[in-house]
Design a protein around this ligand. Structure first.
Ligand code: GDP
Length: 290
């Protein structure tokens, strides 16, 4: 059965349904209230929580449980399906030649994620290269260089160059033999016009197959605006949620997934190069509800 690892309060409410084959409106309401509580505590956007609870409520009351399915399993299945419907399966990333562009605000974890993703692709037998175009944040070059050394993957950057677009262009040329190009970009503390203009230019040169928005798991309301801005400028195909090794559950990032009509590609779970997981819905949903 899916979602075995639920929070105690939701599990308790669901366990009250044990032994029942029919569910009353009160039962559904208790479950939905518990789910709302968990999702809001996990920073999921209020309007998304409301949408989800409406669909769960409607389905739980209107659909007939398949013969022999206990009420608890039936409701749990609906909850899971509705969440998968919102979050989606992991962003498709074929194990072949490709170029990936990373976008996001400063500190979201782009540089770290670039090296981690390169490490991940290298474990799949591909030859990745990380191209560091962040000329804005002091230390970004050294950090990327050190991490890619630890990941034992190729790296291109130029600490003396000032133009990120030129670095991107040169980087792609210098690493033309690599299979997977991961282009890291500069962030800013906030969404500023120059950031958007710069990333649009880089995108024009790089022509990525996939553009990923990197978000800190602790992101709250800001996710929606960031996602909209980046999506309007370069088109976002997927989201990377970092720092899931902390207390934040990453629910805020779902607003970005919804806003860009995309999905989640990777989860960052620490500061080391191998602290990365390909997204899979079940574990993430259990954690959200837990
Ligand atoms: P950038 O400005 O977007 O390139 O962000 P960085 O990659 O420099 O990350 C900002 C900080 O977050 C650094 O101190 C990273 O070590 C840390 N960081 C990034 N990803 C993770 C993660 O998954 N878990 C933890 N604990 N720290 C992370």
């Amino acid at each position: 059965m899916v979602l075995d690892d639920l929070g105690s309060s939701l599990r308790g409410t669901l366990d009250d349904l044990r032994g029942k084959s029919r569910i009353s409106e009160d039962d559904v309401e208790s479950v939905v209230t518990e789910i709302q509580r968990s999702l809001l505590a996990a920073d999921v956007d209020v309007s998304l929580v409301m949408e989800l609870s409406d669909s769960i409520e409607t389905r739980a009351l209107e659909e007939e449980p398949p013969a022999g399915t206990p009420a608890r399993d039936f409701v749990l299945r609906i909850v899971y399906e509705e969440l998968v419907d919102l979050i989606g399966e992991s962003t498709e990333l074929p194990l072949e030649e490709q170029t990936i562009l990373l976008a996001g605000l400063q500190g979201s974890g782009k540089t770290t994620s670039a090296a981690k993703m390169a490490w991940w692709f290298s474990t799949k037998g591909l030859k990745p290269a990380v191209i560091q175009t962040d000329t804005f944040r002091p230390g970004a070059y050294d950090q990327a260089k050190q991490m890619t050394e630890r990941a034992e993957v190729e790296f291109y950057g130029n600490p003396d160059a000032e133009d990120p677009v030129e670095i991107a262009r040169n980087g792609l040329e210098e690493t033309a033999h690599a299979d997977v190009h991961i282009v890291d970009t500069a962030g800013r503390h906030a969404l500023e016009d120059d950031l958007i203009a710069e990333i649009e230019e880089i995108e024009g040169v790089v022509e990525p197959d996939t553009s990923l928005l990197v978000l800190d798991a602790a992101i709250g309301q800001g996710a929606k605006d960031q996602a909209r801005e980046f999506h309007d400028s370069i088109g976002i195909d997927g989201v990377v949620i970092t720092k899931l090794d902390g207390t934040a559950k990453g629910g805020g990032a779902l607003a970005a997934v919804d806003q860009t009509d995309s999905s989640i590609a990777f989860l960052g779970t620490g500061e080391e190069v191998d602290d990365i997981e390909r997204f899979e819905p079940e574990g993430f949903i259990s954690r959200l509800l837990g």
